[in-house]
Structures are given as structure tokens and as C-alpha cells.
Design a protein around this ligand. Structure first.
Ligand code: TRP
Length: 448
């Protein structure tokens, strides 16, 4: 059993509930609480929310199930998974792409996560330093970045059941509880009603091609799709588990938390008469103003950043786990060694990102999409590579492996799948690849 796993054994989730929490933990992160509200704010509120829900349902869920199935069938990391299903083919490269993307996202995601722990203390002690001077201060940002990486390592080092699953079971309920408390505070502020209108009453005249693009990109990033994180998490599933319902639970919780994050932020924002389209700084610049103006706001604010840090931690765990699983499975490294080495690579790669937030001026002003080094990494890996990855994964699943073969794996644990298999096949064969190609086309057009 996984609980007594020897250092070089793979391990397995202790229960299905444990898996759902861990995978939801991977999905729920800065993407839900920091990114989702600001993207929704920039794209006009309710109409964006509806498009986002459609993207999750029609593209997110099928790709999620495809990834989990590939993982559970092969019981391997992304590289090993493609090699198991199509030995000796170029498809293994998709696995390598995933491992690389994971480490690269880890490198800058941890920088942002570090800010979030810094803000717990900053808000608690009512420190008024601006976000810009905070991030430009390397005496703060580098140690925070390091600390967050070490925290991630300590969890992943513990393995699947005793590390990742155990911490997800502790952290996720705390996150939900904090979120509920903060929402109650937010919607009872005087004037909160306007925020609810903005968030729930759609105005479709604001929808453009760009809105759809933003919704799709947000869906992949938020569900942790396109780089094999779910292949890896699926590889620790037991054959008794129902992949489809497990995947739906994960997508459901991820979406629920994103929607709740909006419910926390928009009422407060409108109650204070602030602008919802502030952009990436929304959570770090606008929210502190709100916290400063309510009694006991420093404690509420510290609670919020604690929530953000917890959500980020369960996500960095999954980003680190992909490359770790690769080294453990394919290179037969001990888990402990693999984890530290991958983290070290992540730290080196992340250094230019930390320095690009004001500390080093040329890194902060690059003539590239994204504007600064961190922004560029986010553009390249979160926008482009995840879309490319999701495209290749759906093509591989539906055209190369084919549903006939894959369905055997899904049916094990879920005999009822037969009823949905046609719709599922059509979505993965035609709909997902086509929509993603259009997305990529427009992403590049935006740059060129
Ligand atoms: N989904 C996480 C978030 O919303 C980020 C994340 C973790 C991720 N692991 C991933 C994104 C794998 C893409 C792929 O913050």
C-alpha cells in the first residue's frame, strides 16, 4: 500500500475523496482567486462568467477526462504515459513538453505565491508600502520565493498519500471555510448590491472574440490542463475509481471556488466604488484599500492572503509533482532527490522572474508579449504551451489512441460511460482541437 511505499515506489491515493481533494487542490490556485476575478472584471462581468462556464463544460471536462484516463491506464508520468501507449513514437515529446511547461510555470507561479505570503504579514501589520515597491524589494521577494519553494518541496517529498493527499485534506477545508467567512463580510457591506448585478446580470453587448479567448485560456489554466498534471494525478488512481465522475467533481469544485472568489471580490469592490477592470493588480492593489477601510480589516485581509497562499501551495505541489514523477518513474531516482533537484531548477529559472518586478529595470521592461520577464513566461507557458498541450492531448486521445481502446479503461470503474461515449468522442475529436486551433491563431495574431 502507498502508506508504506518504499522510497522508489510510485504510491497511490488512499481514497477517491483524497484524490478529488488533491486534484481540486491542484486546480484551485492563484488562477481562481487572483486571476479569475481580474479577468472577469476586465471582460465585463456576468457575460464572461457564462462563457467561462461553457468552456469548462465543453472543453475542460473532456480534456480532463482524457488526461486522467491516459494517466490511469499507463500508471506513468506524462513522458512514460505516451511511451506506454505508443512506444517509440514522437508522442513522447508531448510528455517532455508537459514536464518542461510544469517546471517553467512553477518557476514564476512560486514568485507570485511568495508575494501572497508576504501580504499576510504586510496586511496584518497595516504596512502601507505600495505593491510596486514591495515587489521591487529583493530583500523581501527573493526570501519569500525561496520559502514558498521549500514549503512545496517539503510536501511533495512526503509522497502521494502521506504528502500531497494528507496536506490537501488539511488545507482545502480551511480554504473553503475562510472563503465563506470572507464572502459573508463582503456581501454585507453597504452598497454591495451593485457588485452582484455586475457579476450576475449579463450584458452580452460587451462580448467580443477577445472575451471568448480569455474565457478559454482561463479555463485550461484554472483546471490545470494541457501539461500532464492530470495525467500524473490520474496515474495514482485505483482501477476501481470512476474517472468520469472524479473528473467532474474536480471541475465542479474548481469552478465553484472561482465563482465564490468573484462573489468575495466584486461586492466589496463596488461597495467601495472602485474599478473592476484594474487588471493583474486587482487583488494586490485594490483589495488592501478595501481592507484598510473596514473595521478589523487587517485581520480580514490577512485571512484573505492566507487563503490565497494555501490555494497556491496545493497548486505548486502539482507543478512540482509532474517533473518529480518523471524522474522517479523513468530515471529511477529516489523521490527525495528528484524533488530537490527539480525545485533547484525551478529556483534558477524563477530568479529572472523575481527580478523582473521592478528590481532590475531591463527585465522589467522587455519588448516581448507580457511586458516583463514574469509576464512573458506566463504568456509563453500558461497561454501558448497549455493550449498547444491540450490540443495535442485531445488529438492523441481521440485520433491516435482512439476511444475504442481508451473506453475500456474508462468503463472499468464506470460501466455507465457507454451512454455518453459518442458525445465525448465528438467533443474530443472535432470540437476541442478546432476551438484550440482558433484560439492559438488569434493569440499569435495578437502578437504579430
Ligand atoms: N490551476 C492552477 C491555478 O488555477 C495552476 C496550476 C497548477 C496549473 N498546476 C497546473 C496550470 C498545471 C496548468 C497546468 O492556479
Amino acid at each position: 500500500m502507498a502508506g508504506n511505499a518504499k522510497p522508489h515506489e510510485r504510491g497511490e491515493w488512499g481514497s477517491r475523496f483524497g484524490f478529488v481533494l488533491a486534484a481540486a487542490g491542484s486546480a484551485i490556485g492563484l488562477g481562481n482567486i487572483w486571476r479569475f476575478p481580474y479577468v472577469t472584471g476586465q471582460n465585463g462581468g456576468a457575460a464572461f462568467l457564462i462563457l467561462y462556464l461553457l468552456c469548462v463544460l465543453l472543453l475542460g471536462v473532456p480534456v480532463m477526462v482524457a488526461e486522467l484516463t491516459i494517466g490511469r491506464y499507463s500508471r506513468r508520468n506524462p513522458v512514460g504515459a505516451f511511451a506506454t501507449i505508443r512506444p517509440g513514437s514522437y508522442w513522447t515529446l508531448v510528455g517532455y513538453l508537459g514536464v518542461l511547461t510544469g517546471v517553467c510555470i512553477l518557476s514564476y507561479y512560486t514568485v507570485m505565491a511568495g508575494y501572497s505570503i508576504g501580504y499576510i504579514v504586510k496586511t496584518l501589520i497595516n504596512n502601507q508600502t505600495s505593491f510596486e515597491s514591495f515587489t521591487a524589494n529583493t530583500w523581501l521577494s527573493i526570501p519569500l520565493f525561496l520559502a514558498f519553494m521549500v514549503l512545496t518541496v517539503l510536501v511533495v517529498q512526503g509522497g502521494i498519500k502521506d504528502g500531497i493527499e494528507r496536506w490537501a485534506k488539511i488545507l482545502m477545508p480551511i480554504l473553503l471555510l475562510l472563503l465563506v467567512v470572507l464572502i459573508i463580510r463582503s456581501i454585507t457591506l453597504p452598497g454591495a448590491g451593485k457588485g452582484l448585478t455586475f457579476y450576475f446580470k449579463p450584458d452580452f453587448s460587451k462580448v467580443t472574440g477577445k472575451t471568448i479567448l480569455a474565457a478559454l485560456g482561463q479555463a485550461f489554466f484554472s483546471l490545470s490542463l494541457g501539461m500532464g498534471a492530470m495525467i500524473t494525478y490520474g496515474s495514482y488512481l485505483s482501477k476501481r475509481d470512476n474517472i468520469v465522475t472524479s473528473g467532474c467533481y474536480v471541475a465542479f469544485f474548481d469552478t465553484l471556488i472561482a465563482v465564490m472568489a468573484g462573489l468575495l471580490i466584486f461586492p466589496a469592490l463596488f461597495a467601495m466604488g472602485l474599478d473592476p477592470s484594474e487588471g493583474p493588480g486587482l487583488v494586490f492593489k485594490v483589495l488592501p484599500k478595501i481592507f484598510a477601510s473596514i473595521p478589523g480589516g487587517n485581520v480580514v485581509g490577512a485571512g484573505f492572503f492566507l487563503l490565497l497562499s494555501i490555494a497556491a501551495l496545493t497548486s505548486t505541489i502539482s507543478l512540482l509533482e509532474v517533473a518529480t514523477a518523471f524522474l522517479v518513474d523513468e530515471k529511477h531516482w529516489l523521490r527525495r532527490r528528484a524533488v530537490w533537484i527539480v525545485a533547484l531548477v525551478g529556483l534558477c529559472l524563477g530568479l529572472p522572474s523575481v527580478l523582473s518586478q521592478g528590481a532590475v529595470s531591463w527585465l522589467s521592461n522587455l519588448p516581448l508579449p507580457g511586458g516583463d520577464f514574469l509576464g512573458f513566461m506566463d504568456w509563453l507557458f500558461a497561454n501558448i504551451m497549455l493550449a498547444v498541450g491540450a490540443f495535442l492531448i485531445s488529438v492523441f486521445f481521440a485520433w491516435i489512441w482512439r476511444l475504442n481502446a481508451a473506453a475500456a479503461e474508462i468503463l472499468e470503474g464506470y460501466p455507465g460511460f457507454q451512454r455518453f461515449s459518442v458525445v465525448f468522442d465528438i467533443l474530443l475529436k472535432f470540437f476541442c482541437p478546432a476551438v484550440i486551433l482558433v484560439l492559438l491563431f488569434f493569440l499569435f495574431k495578437g502578437v504579430l
